[in-house]
Design a protein around this ligand. Structure first.
Ligand code: APR
Ligand code: ZN
Length: 374
């Protein structure tokens, strides 16, 4: 099978022909049909998150279950699945307390399957790890059943792929992490796949005001089409903050940061009125710090929440997000900016760096014979 491989941090991904073993007990083989190109892949591409190589890249993918390992329920055969990049171990404290997004026992954190291995190899036998245990930027992958969440019939693969990362992360940050109340005022800073999903989540949660902020004007237009009530072009700080405050009414109840920059993280905190909550969704490079002044923060009873994977329980939330899409209430398809092939990844990363377009999605020909285990 063809796949994008990370050899060394900071180098372009290489397209290689790899071997994929049959699924073992508790595993399924998924023929990948679509994989979104997420900013997290760019963090890896640019070496901001050091990763061991060689590794199959990608974590925002969906496809069809093409083979079952021993003991796997046959109802999964042929189903469209969205892949979760944090297959929960179901044994750690976080999992036992119903917070599987904070799982600490998953081998996916080490880019391995639950038995510590990988089913992917180079023709010379070199093991190739799957990024986050899923490695979706390839024609097929073998994952633990906990990572393959079956979605309702009729869901398009590219929609399913985005549900697996940016939609779960952005919508979940609003509905699960922040629990935005109807009538609330919400600000979203950064309108990539994650931030635009947060805008959709705020609309879904019946926020009265949804203020969308980005430095790229075209992103503001898309946010307004998705239901944002106001859009602010990010320029210099004081005028931008004044425009955001004016558009948010009495001040935002919730400000979501969906970029991962110290400057916008600090901005999200400084925009809070007393009692307001900043939700940090964007991921920074390792080691980066941000600061704020504690006195007014504490005095005003403000809050900061970190939101990983939108506080999502994949097995519960992915099907719900798919149902909302099918009911016309979550226009995930609007995030698909262009469909590309594996060999166009570098151009997609350049567009991400410029903030251009919502999501590039790598699409695979589902009939590719090379997707069969070999
Ligand atoms: N002010 C306002 N907007 C900005 C700024 C800035 N200083 N810098 C970048 N942006 C905008 C870009 O124009 C773009 O629209 O932020 C958006 C970021 O979107 P993407 O690069 O598409 O990122 P996305 O995939 O949505 O992920 C966002 O969440 O999960 C994490 O690792 C991920 O840190 C990343 C973040
Ligand atoms: Zn992602």
């Amino acid at each position: 099978m063809r796949a994008a491989v990370i050899q060394r941090a900071g180098e372009p991904f290489r397209i290689e022909d790899l071997h994929l073993d049959e699924p073992r007990a508790g595993e399924v083989l998924v023929r990948i049909l679509a994989s979104g190109v997420c900013h997290s892949d760019l963090h890896v591409r640019d070496g901001e998150w050091p990763r061991p190589g060689p590794m199959v890249a990608g974590h925002e993918g969906a496809g069809v279950v093409a083979a079952l390992g021993p003991g796997v329920d046959e109802v999964l055969a042929g189903r469209t699945v969205a892949l979760s990049w944090l297959a929960p171990c179901l044994r750690c404290v976080a999992c036992r307390h119903g917070r599987s997004w904070a799982c600490t026992g998953s081998r996916a954190l080490e880019h391995r399957l639950p038995d510590g291995g990988t089913r992917v190899h180079r023709p010379d036998g070199t093991p190739v790890l799957p990024y986050c245990g899923v490695g979706t930027l390839g024609e097929a992958t073998v994952v633990p059943v906990e990572a393959a969440v079956a979605l309702p019939d009729g869901i398009a693969a590219e929609v399913a792929a985005l549900i697996g990362c940016c939609v779960a992360t952005g919508v979940g940050a609003v509905t699960n992490t922040a629990r935005v109340a109807p009538g609330a005022s919400v600000v979203v800073i950064g309108l990539g796949g994650v931030g635009l999903s947060a805008v959709m989540g705020a609309v879904l949660a019946s926020a009265a005001r949804v203020v969308a902020v980005d430095r790229v004007a075209a992103k503001l237009d898309l946010a307004v089409e998705l239901g944002a009530t106001a859009a602010v072009l990010a320029t210099d700080r004081p005028p931008t903050d004044a425009a955001i405050r004016a558009a948010s009414g009495d001040g935002p109840d919730v400000v979501l940061e969906a970029i991962g920059l110290p400057a916008t993280i600090e901005q999200a905190i400084e925009l809070l009125p007393p009692g307001g909550t900043a939700v940090l969704v964007g991921m920074t490079p390792f080691g980066v710090r941000a600061s704020f002044e504690p006195f007014p923060f504490v005095d005003g009873g403000r809050s900061i929440l970190g939101s990983n994977y939108g506080s999502t329980i994949a097995s519960v939330d992915f099907p719900r997000l798919a149902e909302l899409h099918l009911a016309g209430r979550l226009p995930v398809d609007r995030l698909v900016d262009r469909r590309i092939g594996l060999d166009e990844l570098e151009a997609a990363f350049d567009r991400l760096r410029r903030g251009e377009g919502a999501r590039s999605v790598v699409v695979f020909d589902g009939d590719a014979g090379s997707a069969r285990p070999g």
